[in-house]
Write a protein that binds this ligand. Structure first.
Ligand SMILES: O=C(O)CCC(=O)C(=O)O
Length: 282
């Protein structure tokens, strides 16, 4: 019996590579998190975006609580089992009338993970719908395996190097993920997905959390860090991340800096490796 998902949602995930919407938080809690972002932006200025960009759960207590939230983990457990590591997360922010977008891509392209068993939980802190640039995907595309990606830095993409799939995407059928604050979607690491600019006068903010089962290994040269959020880790493939007891917890700060450096190094290594493989295959 699934813990939170309905059997139909589990089936949708298996068939399409994504399921949505899943109510995981009350709308008021999502609003509180949104206000935390506004508070951080007001007190730290533009540098706060950098804090939010990589491993913000090691900096901000409210993010730590969100990624460890019971309902979020119940839904994730329904797909990847009870022993769960939090591998990475990203705050996806599109401001009102923001032209930034995310090109067609697969999350696996940035993750040196073997096997490629990773799930992205996208938790909506605002609404995320058609007019403000919600996520869209090709149902069933998670069955295609890894596709070739190219880079286009400076293109306005929210992805660090403007990565995008270079082979033709069969986008005859595209599904839209519409979420209200406190709802979540789950998507597979090989799902082909993208998002368009925000044409509305509202901000669109979601937290994309990457969870993996503890059995998954990191394939790069850098040993990664990850947070054991549920169950037991019998594999010891990652250095475990500590939980913060307050924002910018001084006891965790040195660990955070090191974890971000390791994550970025491993991601760059992975992107370069994939670029070589894609070039060889073309
Ligand atoms: O939030 C977006 O617009 C893109 C999100 C995304 O690509 C992801 O969560 O993998």
């Amino acid at each position: 019996m699934p813990k939170l998902l309905t059997p139909a949602q589990v089936r949708q995930y298996e068939d399409e590579g994504a399921t949505h919407p899943i109510r995981v938080l009350p709308a008021e809690l999502a609003r509180k998190c949104y206000l935390e972002i506004e508070k951080g932006e007001a007190s730290h200025g533009p540098s706060f975006r950098k804090v939010l960009r990589t491993k913000p759960h090691l900096a901000l207590k409210w993010v730590d609580e969100l990624v460890n939230h019971e309902a979020v983990l119940d839904a994730v457990e329904d797909i990847i089992g009870p022993d769960i590591l939090l591998y990475n997360l990203t705050l996806w922010i599109k401001d009102a009338h923001d032209s930034s977008f995310v090109g067609w891509h697969q999350d696996s392209t940035y993750f040196p993970l073997d096997p490629a068993v990773q799930i992205t939980a996208w938790i909506a802190l605002t609404d995320s719908v058609e007019d403000n640039g919600n996520v869209k995907y090709v149902p069933g595309s998670h069955k295609l395996g890894q596709l070739r990606h190219g880079e286009q830095p400076g293109s306005g993409s929210l992805l660090s190097k403007g990565q995008h799939i270079v082979e033709p995407v069969d986008a005859k059928v595209v599904k839209s993920i519409s979420l209200q604050p406190g709802e979540m979607s789950l998507h597979h690491t090989w799902l082909v997905h993208f998002s368009e600019p925000n044409h509305s006068a509202r901000r669109r903010i979601g937290l994309g959390v990457s969870y993996i089962p503890t059995s998954v290994q990191c394939t790069g040269t850098v040993r990664h860090t990850a947070m054991l959020v549920r169950g037991v880790d019998r594999y010891n493939h990652f250095d475990h991340e500590p939980r913060v007891s307050a924002d910018f917890d001084p006891a965790v700060e040195p660990f955070r800096q090191d974890a971000i450096a390791r994550y970025n190094q491993a991601r760059d290594e992975q992107v370069a490796l994939k670029a070589k493989l894609f070039a060889a295959a073309s």
